[in-house]
Design a binder for this molecule. Structure first.
Ligand SMILES: C[C@@](CO)(OP(=O)(O)O)[C@H](O)COP(=O)(O)OP(=O)(O)OC[C@H]1O[C@@H](n2ccc(N)nc2=O)[C@H](O)[C@@H]1O
Ligand SMILES: Nc1ncnc2c1ncn2[C@@H]1O[C@H](COP(=O)(O)OP(=O)(O)O)[C@@H](O)[C@H]1O
Length: 290
């Protein structure tokens, strides 16, 4: 039986500028998103009916709920393709923490949608598949693409950015979920900034990109920190590692990333952080290698 597998990579918001809430409850934003070389592992194979099996370190915590974003996306795919519920056995090896600002659920859905199109030989183009991915949330289309991009609108208006160089990074999650909706609501309680899109860097070398990022912001960092104090410790821990050039929260948290001048420095930092924080989720990774 043919089994197709793929990586569902972690998404990182290198910066995230957020404007005032719109009447529909969503916020306009501007972000540069990049994808890591770590993530969940998904597989699909033809079957008599649709099913989802969960494995991996965070599989039990997620639970086999019928509203899993993978199942939501596949049901929508079946409607759009006119095939009815896709007959696929899906396996999700859940390696990314949940509600972590890494877009894990959206990335799972994106990866499975592409595998399902292939497994079922569906005649549906990339633009239509991106529209299907929107059913899982504002991050759905970017996580289907899995390429470095400028994101605007609600996060669903995307422009590819092939110039970003690979960046050596550490991801540090303190082991506490950060609920996206609550973070956006906390953001509304303080004077808001704007969803300004900065001019791109003049020079796309690693050092120049990091300098340029350091004058951008994640506007959700303060409200997330107020709701989840463990994020402050995470920022402090990553900031204290040797050679770290930038420390920032991704998305609505609670994952914090650090950027380093070399992969060796990132790997050394990840080892030290994991040893000092046995309950945290820590990994060295490379961003923007796609
Ligand atoms: C913050 C970001 C940054 O990339 O990522 P994560 O932290 O989730 O990874 C995203 O904006 C999260 O996108 P996503 O997780 O898909 O959000 P959705 O499910 O569509 O929305 C969850 C809730 O977040 C709020 N929301 C989301 C997107 C947006 N542009 N404005 C919002 O106000 C809304 O209150 C919504 O009810
Ligand atoms: N496949 C999935 N992986 C992760 N979370 C999922 C999945 N399906 C549904 N969810 C739910 O989606 C919400 C957001 O999870 P996640 O995508 O991990 O957040 P974030 O975008 O902040 O990293 C959580 O409440 C989680 O229970």
């Amino acid at each position: 039986m043919l089994v197709l597998t793929a990586l569902a990579p972690a998404k990182i918001n290198l910066f995230l500028h957020v404007g005032a809430v719109d009447a529909d409850g969503y916020h306009p934003l501007s972000s540069l998103v990049a994808f890591a070389d770590v993530g969940d592992q998904v597989s699909v194979e033809p079957a008599d009916s649709l099913s989802l099996d969960l494995t991996g370190p965070f599989g039990e915590a997620l639970g086999a709920a019928p509203d899993n974003l993978i199942l939501r996306a596949l049901r929508r795919l079946g409607e759009v393709a006119g095939t009815g519920e896709p007959r696929l056995k899906v396996t999700l090896d859940k390696r990314l923490p949940i509600a972590a600002g890494l877009g894990g659920g959206s990335s799972d859905a994106g990866a499975v949608l592409k595998l399902a199109r292939q497994a079922l030989s569906l005649d549906i183009d990339d633009a239509a598949l991106e529209a299907v991915a929107g059913v899982v949330g504002a991050d759905g289309p970017m996580c289907l693409r899995m390429r470095t991009a400028w994101a605007e609108g609600r996060g669903d208006v995307l422009t590819d950015e092939p110039r970003l160089p690979p960046l050596a990074a550490v991801l540090f999650n303190p082991g506490v979920p950060s609920p996206t909706g609550a973070v956006y609501r906390a953001y509304d309680a303080v004077p808001v900034r704007s969803a300004d899109r900065p001019d791109p860097p003049h020079d796309w070398s690693v050092a120049a990109v990091i300098d340029w990022l350091s004058v951008q912001r994640n506007d959700l960092q303060s409200p997330a920190l107020a709701l989840t104090p463990a994020i402050a410790d995470a920022l402090a821990s990553v900031s204290a590692t040797p050679q770290v050039a930038l420390t920032r929260m991704s998305g609505s948290g609670a994952t914090v990333f650090g950027l380093y001048p070399t992969e060796a420095a990132a790997q050394a930092a990840a080892r030290a952080l994991a040893a000092a924080h046995p309950h945290a989720w820590v990994t060295a990774t490379r961003l923007a290698v796609q």
